[in-house]
Design a protein around this ligand. Sequence first.
Ligand code: SAM
Length: 373
Amino acid sequence: MPADSCNEAEMMVSGEPLKQCQQYPCSPMDARDAFKRLDEGDDGEYYAQDRMVSHLDSLALRTVTSVIGQLVIEESPVILDLMASWDSHIPADIRPSRVVGLGLNLRELSANPSVDDAVVHDINRDPRLPFGDDIFDVVLNTVSVDYLTRPVDVFKDVARVLRPGGLFLVVFSNRMFPDKAVRVWCDSSEEERVILVEEFFSRAGGFEKPQTFVSRGRPRPRDDKYADHLSTSDPIYAVYAEWIGGHADRTPRPQPVLGSEMVFSPEEVQQRKRRIKETLRCPHCDGRLDKWTVPDNPFGQTWDNEHMYVCFNDACPYFVGGWQHMSQQGNRSASYRLMYNPEKDTCSPIPVPGLTALCESIVEEGKEDGGDC
Ligand SMILES: C[S@@+](CC[C@H](N)C(=O)[O-])C[C@H]1O[C@@H](n2cnc3c(N)ncnc32)[C@H](O)[C@@H]1O
């Protein structure tokens, strides 16, 4: 909600609209200290230490690359990687004419194989970007928006450096350097952070309506260093919008979908089905199946078993694809989940009208991976 949309009656009574807004914030962004950080020290000093590390697990990184690949449709784009380090996550099949990396650590930027020009500039100290107007086709910002102390000023300046119709893509997860992330980010849920970034866009003004992409709940790669502690892959949220003024007849950017690299081939699915009795993992997403009590008379069907095993991963390609498939059959708001019958050793779809359907019958102790129920 824009800052100037605070309740007008309150403004009239107080006569001090800003103060009143801060006292009763319309948005968490308006709260006092919203953009304060635990560590208010110099960012340049903090990032002077080289961090040639990956900030996400490998599946999440592939998702980031896939989202960039799907959204960047320009032929030879000029790209600004804002708050860049040693990896810009740009897929190999994108051939930028130039990539500028702006960050705080020159050694990290110099190690970045995508970056042609490395620029060290502290955008919390000076949100004005050291570039001319209308020069970039794409601005990327990956897993860094949480460190912006003046995000709206930065988003406004991104608009200035973007060409009309250019793309600003902001990608984030739930990992962060908590000392350097702003308070409003730390205090928000993951869903609220999506709204927050949408609000940065709308307060900056001049962008088309932001779109979102979400990938969450997928199994963490087994070889990940945190695999023993975290069962799910790092979630990926993307909020993106075009700067206004693109040609009316330009090709629209597609809505990103989970890339095919996350979907096992039909042969792999068949192999995984053959092993499902031992693994109790979904053959489509490798997520653990939840033990599920068969209700007395679900959908008029009867099964002899007391229990089945069901994949409750909302990002499972079988479930994700099911919405589209059911829609094509005329069922506008239904999908299906994979169900494994342990007595017959068979898999079948079980239809669901929504995300939480059937969840109430999960046997708690059989449920290992959490999930969204
Ligand atoms: C978590 S890292 C993410 C790096 C990279 N975008 C990626 O996807 O791996 C955060 C990055 O933000 C940059 N950064 C943090 N504060 C900044 C600031 N005030 N001005 C410019 N860059 C900043 C740092 O240099 C660091 O590389």
